[in-house]
Design a protein around this ligand. Structure first.
Ligand SMILES: NC(=O)C1=CN([C@@H]2O[C@H](COP(=O)(O)OP(=O)(O)OC[C@H]3O[C@@H](n4cnc5c(N)ncnc54)[C@H](OP(=O)(O)O)[C@@H]3O)[C@@H](O)[C@H]2O)C=CC1
Ligand SMILES: N[C@@H](CC=O)C(=O)O
Length: 349
């Protein structure tokens, strides 16, 4: 058994369960250790579940430092995430899910629903895209019914506050958004141009950095970007779009020769995501485009991402994330936890 983690007296303690302890889950653990004492509450991790590296609980709080080395022996061992959530029921304020969700959103979707079904219910926070893209309305309604929050800031552009930014602009209607939303493809195209490395060497680099999905096909074939567009469409336009129906270009067949030819013409290749609200529906696309260097998205290199919102009130609002790492994603989840526990605008500045 790992050592229990006491809460600092007089500081409210928030108990969380982590489902998924890979690149993002572990970055979140490191962030919680690094930022201990920086928030208005203490965080106690009462359970951690993985697919094949064990599932442990300790209602007194797991020792995160030790969990980062191995989950073995760190608490009571349980068979899976569902069993973990049953075990921590009544002792868990929020479930933070960062697992590999399949195209149908499972098993992440069931985990998020289980969080709301607990007694008392927990807030549900996810870094996964598919459950939000496919079941945003249902999960939002479930959260409302149970008096809890369903939050997903990290699912698009990692820790950059997109959804919380838009919550701060009541009455403003977004009409269109355009951006670069997949970090892996942007990193791959950048490395091909700058380092002259092959597409697959660049993919291996993105995997090493923890940015590419476990199966990078979703990144390369535009599916990750399409799912992010569907998340944004659901949350911003209130329109559910099936990610599988969004026209999406793949970068698989992009060659070094092509990248250099485009550069010689004074252009650069970018995977551009676009969504426009038309009469009652949304027009969406993920297209590989040749952009001139003066285009606002052209200089967005490496793993960077950007999104421009066109609204009915203000001029275009652009948010950029420069070379994010998994720490950015972890912070997005921590931001959500603060919003869930303290409400919007909880930053106090
Ligand atoms: N990496 C990034 O930069 C970003 C990732 N995301 C999203 O965050 C999520 C996690 O990404 P990432 O951490 O990189 O992925 P990883 O593949 O690194 O980690 C996934 C984790 O989920 C666990 N897991 C898989 N199946 C189950 C299951 N049935 N029950 C419990 N745990 C399970 C895995 O366990 P095991 O290893 O034992 O199989 C692993 O711990 C994904 O949905 C991704 O799209 C979002 C923004 C950025
Ligand atoms: N694989 C994703 C990770 C973040 O969502 C990407 O490359 O953008």
């Amino acid at each position: 058994m790992g050592d229990a983690v006491p809460c600092v007296p007089c500081v409210p303690c928030v108990r969380i369960a982590l489902v998924g302890f890979g690149n993002v889950g572990q970055a979140l653990a490191r962030l919680l250790l690094a930022k201990h004492g920086s928030f208005q509450f203490e965080v106690k991790v009462v359970g951690i579940a993985t697919g094949s590296h064990g599932t442990v609980v300790n209602l007194e709080g797991l020792d995160l430092e030790r969990c980062l080395t191995t989950l073995e022996g760190q608490g009571t061992s349980l068979p899976d995430a569902e069993a973990m959530l049953r075990h921590v029921e009544g002792h868990c304020d929020a479930v933070l899910e960062a697992m590999n969700a399949a195209a149908d959103g499972q098993p992440a979707l069931s985990i998020l629903e289980q969080a709301f079904m607990m007694e008392p219910p927990a807030h549900a926070i996810t870094a996964s895209k598919a459950p939000v893209a496919l079941a945003y309305q249902r999960l939002k309604a479930f959260a409302l019914k149970r008096g809890r929050r369903f939050l997903f800031e990290s699912s698009v552009m990692d820790g950059v506050p997109i959804f919380s930014l838009l919550r701060q602009l009541p009455g403003v209607k977004v009409k269109r958004f355009v951006g670069v939303l997949n970090s892996t493809t942007n990193l791959v195209l950048t490395r091909m141009r700058r380092e002259n490395c092959s597409l697959w060497d660049a993919v291996a680099f993105a995997q090493q950095e923890g940015i590419a999905e476990r199966d990078p096909s979703d990144d390369l074939d535009g599916k990750d970007a399409a799912t992010k567009l569907a998340v944004l469409s659901a949350a911003i336009f209130g329109c559910q779009v099936n990610p599988a129906e969004i026209p999406a270009d793949s970068i698989r067949n992009v060659t070094l020769e092509q990248v250099h030819d485009v550069a010689a013409r004074g252009h650069t290749l970018k995977v551009v995501c676009e969504a426009t609200l038309a009469e009652g529906h949304v027009e969406t696309s993920v297209l590989l485009k040749e952009l001139p260097w003066q285009h606002p998205l052209a200089n967005l290199d490496g793993a960077s991402a950007a999104l421009t919102f066109e609204t009915d009130v203000m001029g275009p609002i652009t948010v950029t994330s420069t070379d994010p790492t998994t720490m950015d994603t972890a912070y997005g989840m921590l931001q959500d936890l603060q919003v869930a526990m303290l409400g919007d605008g909880c930053g106090g500045r």
